[in-house]
Design a protein around this ligand. Structure first.
Ligand code: PGA
Length: 249
């Protein structure tokens, strides 16, 4: 079974409603014939406007986080119900910026992933090692551990429907892309790890993105790697031309 690649733009804390609306207006005609699943992930204030604007296009909308509870006293958080109400169908979870600056843990990512999945929102679960782990040489174990913790409690047929994003922290926003071999090595290891715990079918079906300074110039070679099924794109997703070139690689 061939995996449909998925290319997602993580806008992070960029784009007002007006800016984001203009961006997807410009983007829609440029990506209408895309052979991949296309996702944009605006900030929470812009989610409703962007889901409305992209209605009837092939652009899907993802949130940048979601809480595991349905409602309640969780200041600053958003629930799955609030996202499904406006037609959000993906959610980035466990991004390294969430982990590093806001103390998110593997356990929290796991709880968020279960809530999202149960609500019909596809989690894009991020993992990736910091520079010192890369230099120490223990990055494969580090990433495998993050993935297994995030997937705890999922059934194999559920794992098959998830998206994992491998983003080495040293390559995010630094202009320092991992080499194609480095991306393939870790994405392949993630698939192998999933195979051992969830079986060959789940491992064959799960989509694994690479993220970290992906640009129009690097996407083609990246997508040639057998275990890379797409990209999570930060900086280059903020310009319609760049993002469309990545999507239409
Ligand atoms: P970048 O961000 O493409 O700007 O490196 C990627 C990400 O953090 O998802």
């Amino acid at each position: 079974m061939a995996r449909t690649p998925i290319i997602a733009g993580n806008w992070k804390m960029n784009n007002t409603i007006a800016e984001g609306t203009q961006l997807v207006k410009d983007l829609a005609p440029l990506v209408k014939d895309a052979k991949v699943d296309v996702v944009v992930c605006p900030t929470s204030t812009a989610l409703a406007a962007i889901t409305a604007e992209t209605k009837g296009t092939n652009i899907h909308v993802g949130a940048q986080n979601v809480h595991w509870e349905d409602h309640g006293a969780f200041t600053g958080e958003i629930s799955t119900k609030m996202l499904t109400e406006i037609g959000v169908d993906y959610c980035v979870l466990g991004h390294s910026e969430r982990r590093d600056y806001f103390g998110e843990t593997n356990e929290g990512v796991n709880k968020r992933a279960h809530a999202a999945f149960a609500a019909g929102i596809t989690p894009i679960i991020c993992c990736g090692e910091p520079l010192e782990i890369r230099e120490r040489g223990s990055y494969l174990d580090y990433v495998a551990f993050q993935v297994l913790e995030a997937l705890a409690g999922f059934k194999p047929e559920e794992v098959a429907k998830l998206v994992i994003a491998y983003e080495p922290i040293w390559a995010i926003g630094t202009g320092k892309t991992a080499t194609f071999d480095q991306a393939e090595e870790v994405c392949g290891h993630i698939r192998e790890t999933i195979k051992k715990s969830y079986g060959a079918e789940a491992a064959e079906a799960v989509r694994i993105q690479y993220g970290g300074s992906v640009k129009p110039a690097t996407i083609k070679d990246l997508m040639q790697q057998p275990n890379v099924d797409g990209a999570l794109v930060g900086g280059a997703s903020l310009k319609a031309k760049d993002f469309s070139e990545i999507v239409n690689f």
